[in-house]
Write a protein that binds this ligand. Structure first.
Ligand code: B3K
Ligand code: ZN
Length: 880
């Protein structure tokens, strides 16, 4: 809980550790409420440290000391001091290595924050990143202290038959009183945030993998017995990831064993502990009838992400937590590439950009904006953000774009070779990219230190006489907290030109001809002149979303419709459709404000008619082309967000399209509606996506026919994708059988926690008028539980983050509700509580009345006693 004044930690204050821990031996005597930890630290002074002191400070929280000795001699009370956050040994040897032995007790059952050693159901498990190891025992809990770990676990044999830790198993044995022990050794030095242990009654699904150099790796997935039938996909995903990293980056796995454990209670998605990943069950378990196509994709993506960390994160780790994006941005980029290669690169790119623009851009435009390499934090767990992860990945992607695939790979090879076994910085990563490619990236480095989303404003001038097109680009970046002024960035702008018939027009720049080009925008304003153009081309700009910027380029509806029809860049083609819809929706919002009748521009109907008639081969992509920009994205484009107008204008477009193109939606639905349960080919997935997109339009009609269609699909579905799509349609309409369907779904799936999460989330995000009452009722449901992060996210998270219409109800009931829940969670689980506060952070974007109501709740939160550092930081910065 919070001290009087929470301390801020600054990047500029970094100093090397005063001591090193070369190796540690840990002994755990495991018990739900009374675990004994013995730690033997082999230490020495760090030759790199310039600090002259003789004392040693070890971090530790919520620990009960049993014994402490130095080089075998018990310490007297006067030799050390303990505070709530650390233990200081006043005098330790400076000129030779020494050994510190500590014994302490911890209570995993009392640990509802799910950080350190805790209980998930009947299973004991750990989460140490970022600073959870200090809740296990006193240690130098910082990522630049890399240590070899040897761990022995002792426990009751019936309650904890499986005992796991990092590395290779080196021994096991039976003890009296039905107890047993297992010994583990990790040959690779690692920071303590990568330590893990798991104990419980777990079933093991085993397989193996032969690496490119011919080594056999044992692969083991541990789950509770009733979940063994849901691991096939996770195991296949792991093998795919291992092969992909060998083929794409030349990186091979280094231990003989790779273990994944799935737990129900987990604060985030998964954790890359060396050789022993701990996963949220959500990213492991899948069976066609319980998991959707998107779930299948996310599982493969997260399994890949954690696996890729073995090199980008574990073998080479971060010097300090300000460098978090070094491992996270890079690893997200790697998992994006992996998923793009495994599924549809076009679809994956669009999904990623959509998420970035909707959520990260909002973060970057609000009070919590920070550079991908932050400069200060109060609670580091608050900095596992969309900015560090997703914008961080965009920055790595820009390096890939600027250096080309081969140059980027050379840079990575050098980075891995130079820094293997080290804890390094973002700067080291860029240095490797420069050295391997013989380039200089000084200006590019600003992406690491500047927050905010740059705005790229583009104007064009065509000179018929000279057959020249002049493109003038200006960049600027709005001020962000502590950064009023911004310097120009190095922005790669990928560009193509289209001739009036839709074919590619040649790009002639400085006498050279290209089909597509990446322009380097480095100044505040720059003009590019393209020659030899007989007729004015249509410009396709920022192809593939080549930089994380807001593009401001005036376009007519006709031009957008043209690009939607002809652009060969899959991203920009989709983007043209989105901007077309955005423009139309904003015109309608204006009509609503002026109380004018609404009419949908015929051009939109024509464009959608064309899309529905298409017979492309990437059906998932086609489904994305049909999707209207979501409400949160539209909100991001509005100076003062009007949630009601956004919702009504967007619904109007959707309903009118459904009306005008009823036959087309029905036809496409029928063509693709087949029972292909258990089939996960790109075609089968694409058919489901496209069909369910049509269902969602048809559902707008609230007709007997649309009700019958949704109900039939709900009843006949044999896979979760179709079942949940049908239920979603029913929930978001006045369907007469809504209550019955929701109840049947609950009865069918009550034993599958992950499916019940969907049931909660679907109701919490419904746009129907009674949603808030439903949410309050669900809070009292026997299956709701504040101790289970997945459940909290499904109900409270979905309502406050995926239901703008009702969360922002004018009377402020949504805000009050959220603050109540944040305060309840604050004592239970500060990390989850602080994630929930972000729903209030964007208050400045709303009208005066809503601003007041949101601020009131933030003030109420900040004024609460015993507020966690986590919540305090987010709430107070939101108000600043
Ligand atoms: N590295 C972990 C995240 C840890 C979050 C700590 N609050 C998972 C990941 O990014 O792979
Ligand atoms: Zn990660």
């Amino acid at each position: 809980m919070r001290d009087a004044t929470p301390q801020t930690v600054y990047l500029k204050d970094y100093t090397p550790p005063e001591y090193l821990i070369d190796s540690v031996e840990l002994n755990f005597d495991l018990d739900e409420q009374n675990t004994l930890v013995e730690s033997r630290l082999c230490m020495r002074r760090n030759p790199q440290s310039t600090d002259p002191g003789m004392s040693l400070i070890l971090a530790g929280e919520d620990l009960e000391l049993v014994n402490i000795s130095l080089d075998g001699k018990p310490l007297a009370e006067a030799d050390f001091a303990i505070t709530p956050e650390a233990m200081t040994l006043h005098r330790v040897p400076q000129d030779r290595p020494f050994v510190v032995n500590i014994e302490n007790r911890i209570n995993p059952k009392a640990n509802t924050a799910l950080e350190g050693l805790y209980l998930s159901g009947s299973m004991l498990c750990t989460q140490c990143e970022a600073q959870g190891f200090r809740k296990i025992t006193w240690f130098l809990d910082r990522p630049d202290v890399m240590t070899r770990f040897k761990t022995t676990l002792t426990a009751d044999k019936s309650q904890y038959p499986v005992l796991l830790s990092n590395g290779n198993k080196i021994g096991q044995g039976e003890l009296e009183h039905n107890r047993h022990w297992v010994g583990w050794e990790d040959p690779f030095a690692k920071p303590c945030y990568l330590f893990a242990l798991v104990a419980g009654q777990l079933a093991c699904v085993a397989d193996n993998f032969t690496t490119m150099s011919g080594r056999q790796i044992a692969l083991e997935i541990f789950v509770e017995q009733h979940n063994v039938d849901k691991c096939t996909h996770a195991m296949q995903s792991l093998k795919n990831a291992m092969r992909w990293d060998e083929e794409t980056y030349g990186l091979e796995y280094d231990l003989d064993l790779y273990m994944i454990v799935a737990v129900d209670h987990f604060n985030m998605g998964a954790m890359e502990n060396k050789g022993l990943n701990v996963f949220n069950t959500k990213f492991v378990l899948a069976r066609p009838d319980t998991a959707t196509d998107s779930d299948y994709e996310h599982i493969e993506g997260v399994i890949g992400h954690e696996y890729f960390h073995n090199w980008s994160g574990n073998r080479i780790t971060c010097r300090d937590w300000f460098q978090l994006s070094l491992k996270e941005g890079f690893t997200v980029f790697r998992d994006q590439q992996f998923t793009g290669d495994r599924t549809s690169a076009a679809v994956k790119r669009i999904e990623d950009v959509n998420a970035l623009r909707t959520r990260q851009f909002a973060e970057d435009a609000g009070p919590l904006a920070h550079p991908i390499r932050p400069e200060a934090y109060i609670e580091i767990n608050n900095f596992y953000t969309l900015t560090v992860y997703e914008k961080g990945a965009e920055v790595v992607r820009m390096l890939h774009t600027l250096l080309g695939a081969a140059g980027f790979r050379k840079g990575c090879d050098l980075y891995f070779a130079r820094h293997d076994g080290q804890a390094v910085t973002c700067e080291d990563f860029i240095n490797a990219m420069e050295a391997a490619n013989g380039v200089e990236l000084n200006q590019f480095r600003r992406w690491y230190s500047q927050a905010g989303t740059p705005v790229l404003t583009v104007s064009q001038q065509f000179d018929t006489q000279a057959q020249q097109l002049r493109l003038t680009m200006q960049q600027s970046c709005p001020p962000t907290p502590n950064q009023p002024e911004k310097a120009p960035l190095h922005i790669p702008v990928k560009l193509g030109l289209l001739a009036p018939d839709g074919s590619p027009a040649p790009i002639v720049l400085d006498g050279r001809q290209h089909e597509e080009i990446t322009l380097n925008l480095t100044q505040s304003e720059q003009t590019f002149v393209f020659d030899k153009l007989a007729r004015q081309p249509v410009v396709s700009l920022l192809r593939g979303f080549s930089a994380p910027v807001n593009l401001n380029m005036p376009r007519s509806l006709e031009e957008l419709a043209f690009l939607l029809q002809h652009d060969s860049d899959t991203f920009n083609r989709w983007e043209a459709g989105q901007q077309l819809a955005v423009k139309v929706i904003f015109d309608l919002i204006e009509d609503l404000h002026q109380q004018r009748p609404l009419h949908l521009n015929a051009l939109v109907v024509k464009a959608f008619n064309g899309l529905l008639a298409e017979e492309g081969d990437d059906l998932s992509y086609q489904a994305l082309l049909l999707a209207l920009p979501d409400e949160s994205y539209l909100a991001g484009q509005m100076p003062v967000i009007d949630v009601d107008a956004i919702h009504h204008a967007r619904e109007f477009v959707k309903t009118t399209l459904a009306h005008d193109l009823l036959d087309d939606f029905e036809r496409v639905y029928r063509i693709h509606h087949r029972d292909e349960s258990g089939k996960f080919s790109a075609d089968a997935i694409g058919r489901r996506r496209l069909k369910n997109a049509c269902l969602s339009y048809l559902n707008q009609l609230e007709s007997g026919a649309s009700y019958a269609l949704a109900k039939a699909q709900f009843e006949q579905a044999r896979n979760m994708t179709d079942q949940i799509a049908a239920l979603s349609a029913i929930v978001n309409s006045h369907h007469p059988d809504k209550a019955e369907c929701l109840d049947r779904f609950y009865q069918q799936w009550q034993r599958e926690a992950l499916v019940i999460d969907k049931w909660f989330a679907l109701q919490a995000s419904s746009h129907m008028p009674d949603t808030f009452a439903t949410v309050q009722r669900l809070m009292q449901h026997p299956a709701f539980d504040m101790h289970t992060p997945n459940r909290v996210r499904a109900l409270i998270g979905a309502f406050s983050q995926a239901n703008p219409l009702h969360f922002h109800a004018k009377n402020g009931e949504g805000y009050r509700f959220l603050a109540d829940q944040v305060l309840a969670l604050n004592t239970l689980n500060p990390q989850i509580a602080s994630r929930m506060v972000t729903g209030l952070a964007q208050w400045r974007r709303y009208d005066g009345k809503r601003q007041e109501l949101m601020k009131q709740q933030l003030h109420r939160i900040v004024a609460t006693e015993a507020l966690s550092k986590d919540v305090y930081e987010i709430a107070s910065k939101s108000l600043a």
